[in-house]
Design a protein around this ligand. Structure first.
Ligand SMILES: [Zn+2]
Length: 141
């Protein structure tokens, strides 16, 4: 997935050949074929095979969103590093308020405070991943 795929040039209501789709997205035709294996819908019944502009846009945008901030259970997105990072010393604080929970830790790389919301039901599993300090607050009504 190249960073330079140009979404704005893809017209939703137009259909593209594989070559045109590759050109307009700024990738190789091999990449477009890979995308089709990976879920991009092609109009196989057409000769030559066509890609709908809106499908192409949706696919590229979807892949972009997926990459944006994929944090696993044991990682945080550090706004200082602009990267997904582990917690320093694998320690985290968990503050539970009512049915919400927030995990706070220090970025392993730069020690900036990082946090993320988690579901209360995930806390037991997280306590096996982190050295977790859990604080419970009663939800104020
Ligand atoms: Zn950091």
């Amino acid at each position: 997935m190249p960073k330079q795929a140009k979404l704005s040039r893809i017209k939703s209501f137009k259909s593209y050949t594989i070559k045109e789709a590759a050109d307009i997205a700024g990738v190789s035709t091999a990449t477009v074929h890979n995308w089709s294996k990976n879920g991009l819908r092609l109009m196989d019944e057409a000769q030559p095979t066509l890609v709908r502009g809106d499908d192409l846009r949706a696919y590229i945008k979807g892949e972009r969103d997926k990459r944006k901030a994929v944090t696993n259970a044991d990682t945080f997105y550090c706004f200082s590093c602009k990267k997904v990072r582990h917690a320093a010393a694998n320690m985290a604080d968990c503050i539970i308020t009512g049915n919400r929970a927030k995990l706070t830790a220090l970025c392993k790389a730069c020690e900036t405070v990082v946090s993320k919301p988690v579901t209360v039901t995930a806390v037991p599993a997280l306590s096996r991943v982190f050295d977790l300090t859990i604080t419970r607050h009663e939800a104020t009504l």
